[in-house]
Ligand binder design. Structure first.
Ligand SMILES: C[S@@+](CC[C@H](N)C(=O)[O-])C[C@H]1O[C@@H](n2cnc3c(N)ncnc32)[C@H](O)[C@@H]1O
Length: 242
């Protein structure tokens, strides 16, 4: 499952393409996010964190953490959590690390790595999250299997992402925003029109919400399901390792 601009490349070069694209927008990524969603992304993240229902004092993994929004959201929601963010884009991680230094909080770690092949032992984490990233991983199924591997039995994985709204009229309006306004505003605020054209396109070849639920199940997650927000334009998928 790759985006149109990345098709026809090897998996390795697709990964490098995605990494470089995020490196190019890292400096203004947070600002662009807030502007493009009118700050609603913070609300969706809090919803995803509530759905994770992380155990008090638990060890949580945030996959494709970027600049760390979910990591900081998790520790804000429960300061006893020990949260590790993993991402393969150094400039995004650098920003996450400077935020962590400013926050001066224990229990926040960032590490460079590919979520399709992580260095953590199996059965390590009490929960895992991912924000706006499943569309961007080169092999969605490999990533889901790998995330499940590092979870302890009973732990949940929650993924928040853009999705395909089922209502045709609503979808048309959302498409105008997503494929028209996002590249324009992302170009101005985020600093790269090319990257903000790639990001919406990565949805085109992504499974719709019920199909993605099925992929969670196929990867071995039990009780896989999703919560649709914004008329289905945003979806939070989740599943449990048994
Ligand atoms: C749209 S950003 C989302 C960042 C953050 N999760 C958020 O909610 O704002 C996507 C992130 O996924 C990372 N990424 C994409 N594929 C990855 C992979 N295979 N392994 C690790 N990180 C990956 C990118 O480097 C980028 O930081």
């Amino acid at each position: 499952m790759t985006s149109a601009p990345a098709r026809g490349r090897t998996d390795e070069s697709k990964g490098a393409f995605v990494r470089e694209m995020f490196a190019s927008i890292a400096p203004r990524y947070d600002l662009a996010n807030r502007v493009l969603t009118g700050g609603l992304d913070e609300r969706w993240r809090r919803r995803a964190i509530r759905l994770l229902a992380a155990p008090h004092g638990g060890r949580i993994l945030d996959c494709c953490c970027g600049t760390g929004d979910l990591v900081f959201g998790l520790t804000r929601s429960d300061p006893t959590l020990d949260v590790t963010g993993v991402d393969f884009c150094r400039p995004m991680l650098d920003r996450a690390q400077s935020r962590a230094a400013r926050a001066r909080r224990d229990g926040i770690h960032f590490t460079e790595g590919d979520v399709m092949a992580m260095s953590f032992a199996s059965d390590t984490f009490d929960g895992a999250t991912m924000g706006f990233s499943l569309r961007n991983v080169v092999d969605l199924d490999a990533a889901l299997r790998e995330i499940r591997r590092v979870l302890r039995p009973g732990a949940r994985f929650v993924s928040l992402d853009v999705s395909k709204a089922p209502n045709r009229l609503y979808k048309r309006c959302f498409d105008l925003y997503f494929y028209g306004l996002v590249p324009l505003v992302g170009g101005i605020v985020g600093g790269s029109r090319a990257a903000y054209s790639y990001l919406p396109n990565s949805l085109t070849h992504h499974p719709n919400a019920p199909e993605l639920r099925e992929r969670f199940t196929r990867a071995g997650f039990a009780r896989a399901d999703y919560l649709a927000l914004m008329g289905g334009a945003i979806a939070i998928h989740y599943g449990t390792k048994e």
